[in-house]
Design a protein around this ligand. Sequence first.
Ligand SMILES: *Cc1c(COP(=O)(O)O)cnc(C)c1O
Length: 385
Amino acid sequence: MFKLSRKLQSLPPYLFLEIDKAKRIARQEGCDIIDLGIGDPDQPTPQYIIDALYRAALDPANHRYALDQGLPSLRRSISAWYKKRFNVDLNPENEVLPLVGSKEGIAHFPLAFLNPGDYSLVPDPCYPPYKGGTILAGGKVYLMPLKEENVFLPDFKKIPLSIIKKAKIIFLNYPNNPTGATAEKVFYKEAIAFAQKHKIIIISDLAYSEMSYDGYKPSSMLEIEGAKDVVVEFHSLSKTYNMTGWRVGWACGNEKLVAALARVKSNVDSGIFSAVQIAAIAALDGPDTHIKNMCALYQERRDLLISGLKSLGWQANNPKATFYAWIKIPRKYDSIKFASLILDKANIVVTPGVGFGKYGEGYIRMAFTVPKERIEEAIARLRKL
Ligand SMILES: *Cc1c(COP(=O)(O)O)cnc(C)c1O
């Protein structure tokens, strides 16, 4: 009787029903599942952030509607954090906008700039909201393949001029989910020059900037000269402070782009719980010991996983950042079949690459969001296959 809207119907299909079902059944049967499928930190939020939330939650002043544009003190902390971390100046008054998690802002942003027939240029494989947000806004998706031979960077020269003319937004995400790839400033410069020439907005998704290894430090796109003409950057406390459930992130950069997103949001939500915003300030203003420890922990797990997979003869490379290993699978399988097989025979959950887009086919993603013993156990099980 109630027909779904054409927009909802045209969203990319959810491909993991079979695997989800198999996982559920295996769990019900009491199988010992090792879940490398989820991109969600397994460690708790640092105590000093929880304490700040607790104290703020006791204050009735924080129980009322929050300001739509976020607490001025949070915007100042974000601006100070950007200065300290990237040496980028952001005006807390109009170049910073707190979000109910960065996914919320990323998914809503296209509503501010896309008209029917307009395109977003979307990397593939990618984090799903880039496509979802574009389609729900009535826009069209043009896929920029991320290929291993291009170190998982898009090739702007391959995009037809007819598409470029109708493109309003480019999505970029480095360090990258799902490939673990990173981008250097030469690429950022090229992207900004391309966007300036063709008057296209760049969305830079920087969710993984603090999760990096071997001394590597990812850059912000806003470090590049002229970036503020075209870039809005999205950031999040989710991965950096083990706060995925708290829902707090931000957009920053070009003033007009930030204001446009704020205008969309004023019609959708009514701000972030003030106590959560105060806890976010504690996180950003706090010492960076937690971040160092987190990176050390993931680095150990990464080394264990990658060296283990290599010892099995698998094709795997150490990612310099993120907690994802992007692994090529034997040609005779597709990624869904391969993931199902591993679940079936070894009780290990991995994400089939095709779930991130068609150019993800031929790969699986493993998240090292489980303790070392579980990674060792996973390798031992795979060895027996
Ligand atoms: C986890 C993740 C985010 C963060 O999402 P939040 O909504 O802030 O929790 C953003 N982008 C990518 C690519 C991610 O993997």
